[in-house]
Design a protein around this ligand. Structure first.
Ligand SMILES: Nc1ncnc2c1ncn2[C@@H]1O[C@H](COP(=O)(O)OP(=O)(O)OP(=O)(O)O)[C@@H](O)[C@H]1O
Ligand SMILES: [Mg+2]
Length: 330
């Protein structure tokens, strides 16, 4: 089971769209996929459920990630995540003949309350001083995912909120890989730099606290998330060629040591904007344009190539020594 967190510092760069479409495409190739919506906006969830159904069948029935977090008791074994997972029916019907499955751990609009509880539990800026609470908070999701058997899912995709708060950090602590979508504009590439700085600092801090625990808490392991890379999204095309200025963004990511996917996702308002009510990601839509189908196929092939296990040369490990600003220690 591979766990990939899809994160960015900047909002509206295509995280949720990529999570839904990459997940649905890989499920339709016959794999078992779990999507986790960690964003209180619940956009990923609303890609698969109508708002009224979300209310009655998920929120009211406590089948959301918020309900799972709420069921957590300190020092106790958390309830298995499987009890909170749902299978969106429209997608299930669309991929039934292809042998794969797509499940969802839905979000909740009040997930922000959980985040506030977690921050309070951490105890503010000096969080790393209380190691018991530190790992209780940051290992929760990883512990929840460990409750699945390796055969339950081939791939878990986590759609993160557009910040580097406690919930995103818990996703980083639970993932094998990070995927960073970005629009080819200056604000978005600056967002990548911010994210890398925050990420390097968190991984460094976590591993430093973890080292103090080796021998005391055998379950605590070093974090070694690998950067799958940046995927450029909403790229403008004209006559089959990108017209967005891509080179500066590719160079800037390269200068940070982050690989950039060769494949990218073109801008297509017709396919992506205002289609949430369809409960079917664009990649499974019968109206999918041939251009977009080609983009998605190339993207998914490259994604699968990059998450191949053991020393895949196409990913980079997070190098905290380059990215970390050790000022937090003072
Ligand atoms: N390739 C695309 N072409 C056109 N529109 C797109 C494309 N990808 C995403 N969109 C649209 O852009 C908006 C933002 O995309 P999305 O919600 O995936 O971004 P996000 O990074 O998850 O945003 P947020 O920070 O709000 O979580 C949505 O309305 C989505 O439908
Ligand atoms: Mg989103």
């Amino acid at each position: 089971m591979k766990v990939v967190a899809i994160a960015s510092y900047k909002g509206g760069v295509g995280k949720t769209t990529l999570t839904a479409n990459i997940g649905a495409a890989i499920a339709s190739l016959g794999r078992r996929v779990l999507l986790i919506d960690l964003d209180p906006q619940a956009n990923l969830t609303l890609n698969f459920y109508r708002a009224d159904t979300w209310h009655t069948e998920l929120a009211d029935q406590r089948r959301t990630v918020k309900a799972w977090f709420e069921s957590w008791r300190p020092e106790a074994i958390p309830p298995p995540l499987a009890g909170y997972v749902t299978t969106p029916p429209v997608v299930a019907a669309a991929i039934a003949a292809r042998g794969g499955t797509l499940d969802l751990l839905a979000s909740h609009l009040a997930l922000g309350d959980i985040e506030m509880d977690l921050v309070a539990r951490l105890g503010g800026a000096q969080a790393h001083r209380s190691t018991r609470h530190y790992f209780d908070v940051y290992q929760r999701l990883a512990t929840g995912l460990a409750s699945f058997s390796p055969n339950d899912y081939d791939l878990v995709l986590i759609d993160c909120p557009s910040n580097f708060g406690v919930i995103t950090r818990a996703a980083v602590a639970a993932c094998d890989h990070l995927l960073v979508p970005s629009r080819p504009d200056n604000q978005s590439t600056t967002g990548i730099e911010h994210l890398m700085g925050k990420l390097g600092r968190f991984v460094w801090e976590y591993n430093r606290v973890a080292e103090l625990q080796f021998g005391i808490r055998p379950a605590v392991k070093r974090l070694e998330p690998r950067l799958l890379g940046v995927v450029l999204t909403m790229v403008q095309y004209y006559r089959g060629r990108p017209t967005s200025f891509l080179r500066p963004h590719i160079d800037r990511a390269g200068s940070l040591g982050i690989p950039v996917f060769e494949s990218m996702l073109r801008l297509s308002n017709r396919s992506f904007v205002g289609t949430a009510g369809a409960q079917l990601p664009a990649v499974l839509s019968p109206d999918l344009s041939p251009d977009l189908a080609r983009d998605m196929l190339a993207l998914v092939e490259e994604f699968l190539r990059r998450i191949r296990p053991a020393g895949a040369a196409t990913t980079r490990s997070v190098d905290p020594s380059v990215l970390v600003d050790p000022a937090w220690m003072s």
